[in-house]
Ligand binder design. Structure first.
Ligand SMILES: [Zn+2]
Length: 467
């Protein structure tokens, strides 16, 4: 069976599906309509669907086939708040203040579905052997859906997993990302009249502010790749004449390794305790979520790269190039070529033409000693099953992530082309592992070797609920 041809022949339905999810634009853990739609489509095409897995209503798994190997394809479908946007190359919200697919997860979820359905066809024709599973993974943004799914044992019997993410270039994921945790610091003080008897009050807001000062002094003494960000989620109320009895901040701590994140967390907790001591308040640590860094797998990466070359990246027509050009004029300046060189080596330079707006070439298959300054909950999946990932061009080169510009391009043909390319590559890679047990064994052996050297530790403590 020719997998790319099958996906191409059915592309109309995948594009429609992606556009529907794009319009739903539901936030993490509330993706009822998006997950419901994908579940229904998979069920209708013969997959067995289990809904609400890992105690998350919008998480699901759809399976087709029997026996081993079990190859998983990961999908996401959550949107971001405040990024509502029409599919046009200038700022025009569909709904003022509404949500938008600013990370292209509508494309992400449907490419995985297309790949799973293509593998199903291959199984039916005897051109692949085993079971293909589509994992519907909610709340990648701000929710670590997959980490909770890993913790619940959802991937236990899976042999290998494949995934992708929309980006501004085509290439394998050969660099690491940052592990992170998100924690709220809730300070409890004592209310009092701010003029009449402030000496009887203990300000929880003072504690929040002093903690932030302490954390900012801490930055200098952390490893350069570490990141600390915070917001004040409860500023202590709206009346300045009341000493705030309750205030809260939220911190995200990131570093290349989970162990480093945990060390930073210990120090930030000390800063919070110090702020509580100074202000006579009490502090409560409320753990929200966490994600591990990636455990890369060279064997899977090699197969994915092979298939990226085999399928060949999409080409663009004049209209798409013009759309991308217009989008580019609205984007901030960025040194994407510099970043690509850090991720793919010096050879990447020759692949980025000076006036490029849409990047078509596939970046070299190399692993660089560089940590990309982002995070993904695919990290945790990669520590429990051998996992490989690619990125495909779904947006103009200078497009910043989590932006209205991504929303616009995820709802039109530039995004669609990247989605179909990713679907074809993942399906071919899945078929490769289902028909070549020696390559699957190689991927598993590599995984076991790495896990033995550094065992997995889940970043989320027991008892923490996803929402
Ligand atoms: Zn994303």
């Amino acid at each position: 069976m020719n997998i790319p041809e099958w996906i191409e022949a059915n592309k109309k339905s995948f594009i429609e599906l992606s556009d529907q999810v794009w319009q739903f634009a539901e936030l993490g853990f509330t993706e009822q309509r998006s997950s419901g739609l994908l579940e229904a489509v998979l069920e209708e095409s013969g997959f067995e669907v289990q809904r609400g897995i890992a105690n998350i209503p919008t998480a699901f798994v759809a399976s087709y086939g029997t026996g081993k190997p079990i190859v998983a394809i990961l999908g996401e479908y959550d949107a971001l708040p405040g990024l509502s946007q029409e599919a046009v190359p200038y700022l025009k919200p569909r709904q003022e203040g509404g949500n938008g697919h600013g990370c292209g997860h509508n494309l992400l979820g449907v490419a995985g579905l297309a790949a799973a359905q293509a593998v199903k066809e291959a199984i039916c024709l005897g051109d692949a052997k085993g079971t293909v599973r589509y994992y519907g993974c909610p709340a990648e943004e701000n929710g670590s859906g997959k980490t909770f799914m890993v913790k619940a044992g959802t991937f236990k019997d899976v042999d290998l997993s494949l995934c992708w993410h929309p980006d501004v270039y085509n290439g394998i994921v050969g660099v690491n990302v940052l592990a992170n945790i998100k924690v709220n610091f809730r300070f409890h003080g004592k209310a009092a009249h701010a003029a009449y008897d402030p000496y009887n009050g203990r300000s929880a807001l003072d504690a929040v502010e002093l903690m932030n000062v302490g954390a900012n002094y801490l930055r200098e003494h952390l490893i350069p790749d570490a990141r600390i960000h915070y917001v004040i989620t409860n500023g202590g109320g709206s009346a300045a004449n009341v000493v705030p009895p309750l205030a809260e901040s939220q911190y995200i701590l990131r570093a290349p390794l989970l162990q480093q994140v945990n060390e930073i967390y210990q120090r930030v907790m000390d800063v919070a305790r110090g702020a509580a001591l100074m202000t006579g308040t009490e502090v409560e640590f409320i753990f929200q979520k966490g994600m591990s860094n990636l455990l890369l797998n060279d064997t899977i990466t090699d197969v994915l790269y092979e298939k990226m070359i085999q399928v060949g990246p999409p080409e663009y027509d004049q209209q798409e190039i013009e759309f991308a050009r217009q989008i580019s004029t609205t984007c901030p300046q960025s040194d994407m070529t510099g970043l690509l060189i850090k991720m793919y080596g010096k050879e990447a330079r020759a692949l980025v033409p000076q006036d490029a707006v849409l990047l078509s070439p596939v970046m070299p298959n190399v692993q660089m000693d560089f940590v990309a300054p982002g995070s993904t909950d695919v990290g945790d999946v990669s520590w429990v099953i051998p996992t490989g990932q690619i990125e495909t061009t779904c947006a103009a080169l200078n497009t910043p992530s989590h932006s209205w510009q991504i929303v616009a391009q995820s709802g039109m043909s530039i995004g669609h082309k990247g989605m179909l390319y990713a679907g074809k590559v993942m399906a071919l890679a899945a078929q490769e592992f289902m028909t070549h047990p020696e390559r699957l064994k190689e991927a598993r052996d590599e995984f076991e070797r790495k896990i033995k050297a550094t065992p997995y530790q889940c970043p989320i403590p027991d008892g923490v609920q996803p929402f």
